[in-house]
Design a protein around this ligand. Sequence first.
Ligand code: UDP
Ligand code: MG
Length: 374
Amino acid sequence: MIDVDNDKSPFYMTIILPVFNDAEALRQFLPQVMAFVAGLPNRQQIIVVDDGSRDHLREVFDASLVTCPQQIQLQLIRLSRNFGKESALSAGLAHASGQYVAMLDADGQHPLSVLQQMLVMMQQQPSIDMIAGIQANRPHESAVVKTFKSSFYHLIQDTRRYEIRPNAGDFRLMRQKVVQALLSLPERQRFMKGLYAWVGFETVYLPFTAQIRGSGESKFNFGSLFELALVGITSFSQRPLRLISRMGFIVSLLAFIYGCYIVIETLLIGNDVAGWATVVAGIMFSTGIQLVCIGVIGEYIGRLYEEVKQRPLYLITESVNSDHVAFNQNSINQTGIDAQASINNQAISNHQDISDSQDTKETKAVININEHFQ
Ligand code: UDP
Ligand code: MG
């Protein structure tokens, strides 16, 4: 059954592959993705987002352009540096025009057989808008990471209105309307796992087992996961702020009780200036708590600072696609605000061409490369 929702899309399906220094893994995985979409009706779109790779990704992409069948529009979006996976995904979503849009890791860890299952489910049930893969078993995760993760998810949960499911990551299939909803969120701090939950829509979760990486190693270590967790907490929860005001109240209450005790003790048995150790410990304790509280508030202010600067989520240095509509522009491209505009079908372009004559030459070169494949 073909979905009638948004049937004016030029593509039946779009697959977004964010890549950062994973050329070798992509070389193995991209042909599999192409073979997968080749079996689908109408035309398909594959978007490779190069998130500032410093390896031979371009060669791998160019080689794939040669073998790309007409039915597939293979697109490369090169970001001007490494902006992080969340921004790379946003860049992919901003260019995804398929009726169905899927996001897969370029390292081949997300099985195409599960994507096939997702697609069949969505085709058969028009009420489902998004299907998210849940990584069933994660044997490589240490006990410390597991504990951190469960407390993190506990902290950011808002089960009354939406639920951010643990282990439901970026491996998802969604309808175009969900993509538009995600693009309409203007924030710069993009904790995607939270944004998927926040936009709502009918979501189904499908357990899967991640495959072994095709090549290379994970780009996420404990530090980068911790940083991402901080983005998640500050953009989805005000509990830490509430917690520190409660903590302040409790510490003041304890100080008051202790003060009363000292007054009574002095009145009853006098004061021989004992208890300096208690005083020093008390001062250190309250100073420590104050510093923690200032740190927490500082974290929120820092995020606020990032938001008010209104910098774009990413910059695109080059975009090539097999349909020969390549352009090269060091452009300030898509922000969530642009996406909002596109939702309203106003197609407001925020492209600021800051290219010089050298870039113009490069533009011509890119067009020539594409003419080669015409
Ligand atoms: N990735 C990216 N930008 C980054 C880090 C990663 O586009 O800054 C891509 C990476 O190339 C891969 C996907 O995101 O296709 C998932 O990354 P990785 O395999 O390192 O994460 P893990 O599977 O360990 O969670
Ligand atoms: Mg991976």
